[in-house]
Design a protein around this ligand. Structure first.
Ligand SMILES: [Zn+2]
Length: 742
């Protein structure tokens, strides 16, 4: 079989080492094909073999195996081009084996340079060739194949749902209508039986055949992202029509509170079409509709001394909602209208009140949480929009880094324990929790939540609103949920000792508990729990992992400006210009309100971000799964520094590292990373350390002795290689002689 040929050198080495017998080898190859991670053939095969034989391969056999792969032509070319030396290459291969990350990624990180494009191309071609051999199907290279994104979008929308594409890591490419209709599907793992079953279930009843090709994980991700971006844009543009309030303003000259009291139930989208009803009602509806159109999270209605200011919070930042301020005299009527809509007492203007508005918008229900506050110039009204459907729930929609995504997914699969999500307010904590719930939401499980307020509604889940004043606080509800035979419980927030203790105990009595804690880092959550009076051994036993997160704004891809930061700017992030030579940094083209007005008049305003320079947000995650070692440290009350150090050693990616990767991938800007992640002093310290480190590395590599050392290492490695192959040849010959004797 072709797979055998491909593996033959490795198989030979393994069999000859005497650590594996033929049967075990066959088993290993079969398992390797299932796992399908071809990017690290040598390393993952070693892992599989070790798990089958339960014996660790001695370092010399491992090294020999890895070297076997380092002689593959691209690796050889890479070393010969001088981009990387043999010593570094060996390190990279070992790193690949340890972390499971791709070789190119590690090499690029090690050298701080992007691989030259011709080498990248060659690596990719070889990878595609290997994929083709291992899976026995053609390999798809989107860079050279003719791919119509329009057809991909259509196929996903009409035939193979995006959920299946993401779950099974596949994407439909084209549909042929010659003799026999069939769909060409590119799959990261074409041997994935579950995926094939899912596809056949859809295609067979329609009489459509399935044609599989293999695709690299990177290309898959690229195509999926293109689809998602296009969806986002489509949604945005289709909803976009500018809201004109000038007519309403003209009618606002002589209004009184009566105008606000007529309750007309119309779809907010409809209110844009004509000025029905009283002007205040129409105006308020338009404010809500405009906010929904623009996808904002909060609306602030703020009476000022001279005028009424209306601001929207979008992607975490407040902006003026309308070009012109509103006349001050309408403030009481607008506030009254909001209070009527949310069933509040309109006569009470001296005390804060909370309520809720539910309205229809484009055929779906949208909730607004309303809060009023008496202020110097009148009542201030703030509305938080709770729009279920506009928020994408799916871990893969949130977490861009594959490694981090896998860690969170495996944490979510655990049957019992606590998953803590930490971060400041508005860092997307509940979206992460709900996405974990969505992953686990199936009929066989009893899932309940206790929340204040209920932010999303999920089908098939029991959601309970906490009502503190009626004695229905988090611990009380949590205890009743435990008696209701719940498998998974989401606790909106762990704010006090009683909730924390109940959560930990529930987790140890066979429940999976998801909850949030308002601290600013992963390790801080542990000391926070200790300060709440939860015994460290209880925390150590119950915790599955801690997810600490932030949201950074995505720079608008249509109007962002590439630029080169100077070395002082880079040093702030622990980066150096030589490391980032291949990185393209972007600045957001954020305009001032005056510039926006001018740009709109000239017709140069960016249609995607409306001059804000940003469009949407992307999460930054620091995920700390609690390993055995960390459990011991926690129960031994080790210091936060020690725990963090070990977690980083075990591969935890820090918030800063993660956010700088987002910068390198073009998602966001350095300015945004600074705004969002630099507020924590712990991070500052880390930046300092990184800066120092990179200086040290520079100094070290600049010394002569280091160069000589590397050169010597290179020679030793080359000699070892020659020696090994000589030994093998001798071995071969003696084998032949032996068999001839028999
Ligand atoms: Zn833009």
């Amino acid at each position: 079989m072709s797979t055998q040929n491909y593996f033959s050198p490795v198989v030979k080495i393994l069999l000859e080492s005497g650590y594996v017998n033929r049967q075990q080898m066959q088993q290993a190859i079969a398992r390797f094909r299932e796992s399908g991670d071809i990017t690290q053939v040598g390393s993952s095969l070693i892992e599989i073999v070790e798990s089958i034989t339960e014996i660790q391969l001695p370092p010399d056999v491992q090294k020999h195996l890895l070297l076997q792969f380092s002689t593959s032509s691209s690796v050889e070319k890479l070393v010969r081009s001088g981009y990387i030396d043999v010593y570094q290459m060996q390190q990279a291969l070992v790193e690949t084996r340890k972390t499971g990350r791709s070789l190119i990624e590690i090499i690029e990180q090690m050298t701080g340079r992007r691989l030259p494009s011709d080498l990248q191309r060659q690596f990719k071609q070889q990878l595609l060739f290997e994929l083709k051999i291992v899976y026995g199907v053609d390999a798809l290279d989107p860079e050279i194949s003719n791919i119509a994104s329009k057809q991909i979008n259509q196929l996903i929308d009409e035939l193979i749902p995006i959920e299946i594409c993401r779950r099974c890591r596949l994407i439909p490419i084209s549909k042929s209508d010659t003799e026999l209709t069939s769909v060409l599907v590119a799959m990261v793992n074409p041997d994935n039986l579950e995926a094939q079953d899912d596809l056949n279930r859809i295609l067979r009843p329609k009489g459509i055949g399935l044609q599989r090709v293999v695709i690299t994980p990177k290309d898959y991700q690229y195509l999926i992202n293109e689809y998602l971006d296009e969806q986002l844009q489509h949604k945005y543009y289709s909803a976009k029509s500018s809201v004109d309030v000038s007519a309403d303003l003209e009618n606002l000259e002589n209004i009184d509170l009566q105008d606000a009291e007529d309750e007309v139930e119309v779809d907010l989208g409809e209110s844009l079409k004509g000025a029905e009803g009283a002007p205040v009602i129409s105006l308020v509806n338009k404010i809500l509709a405009k906010a929904l159109q623009e996808g904002v999270s909060d609306i602030h209605i703020e009476p000022q001394e001279e005028y009424l200011r209306i601001r929207f919070r979008k992607d975490g930042v407040l902006h003026t909602a309308f070009d012109k301020p509103f006349p001050k005299n309408i403030s009481p009527a607008v506030a009254a209208r909001f209070k009527i809509m949310s069933d509040l007492d309109i006569a009470e203007r001296r005390l804060p009140q909370d309520g809720k508005i539910r309205r229809m918008y484009q055929g779906r229900k949208v909730d607004f949480r309303v809060s009023t506050l008496p202020s110097r110039y009148g009542e201030k009204v703030v509305l938080r929009i709770l729009d279920n459907e506009s928020t994408q729930l799916g871990l893969d929609m949130l977490i861009t880094d594959q490694g981090t995504l896998e860690v969170v997914r495996s944490m979510a699969k655990r049957p019992l324990g606590v998953i803590l999500v930490t971060g400041p307010t508005d860092s997307g904590k509940s979206t992460t929790l709900y996405s974990i719930l969505a992953q686990r939401n199936d009929l066989g499980l009893n899932i309940s939540t206790v929340e204040d307020p209920i932010e999303y509604s999920l089908p098939g889940i029991t959601q309970v609103q906490a009502l503190r004043e009626k004695g229905m606080d988090f611990p009380a509800i949590l205890r009743s949920l435990l008696h209701q035979d719940s498998d998974i419980i989401l606790v909106g927030e762990t704010q006090n000792r009683e909730t924390a203790k109940t959560v930990m105990e529930a987790a140890l009595s066979r429940h999976l508990i998801l909850t949030t804690l308002t601290t600013n880092d992963t390790v801080g959550a542990i000391s926070r729990l200790a300060r709440m009076g939860v015994e460290p051994f209880l925390v150590a036993d119950a915790l599955i992992g801690i997810i600490n997160q932030r949201l950074v704004r995505r720079v608008c891809p249509d109007c962002c400006i590439p630029y080169t930061p100077n070395r002082f700017e880079l040093a702030k992030f622990g980066l150096t210009a030589s490391q980032e030579r291949e990185t393209t940094f972007y600045q957001a083209n954020s305009l001032t309100p005056d510039e926006i007005v001018a740009a709109r008049a000239q017709g140069t305003l960016c249609g995607r971000c409306n001059g804000t320079g940003y469009q949407g947000r992307v999460g930054v995650y620091e995920v700390m799964p609690i390993s055995e070692q960390l459990k011991n440290l926690i129960s031994d009350r080790a210091s936060a520094e020690k725990i963090r150090e070990v977690a980083l050693q075990e591969g935890m990616k820090s918030l800063l590292t993660y956010s700088l990767e987002l910068v390198r991938e073009g998602y966001t800007t350095l300015a945004e990373v600074e705004r969002v992640t630099f507020s924590d002093s712990a991070l500052e310290a880390q930046v300092q350390a990184q800066r120092l480190n990179s200086q040290l590395v520079q100094q070290a590599t600049s010394t002569n002795s280091q160069h000589r050392l590397v050169e010597l290492e290179r020679q030793v490695t080359a000699l070892t290689q020659q020696l090994q192959s000589l030994k093998m040849e001798l071995q071969d010959e003696s084998d032949k002689e032996l068999s001839a004797l028999k």
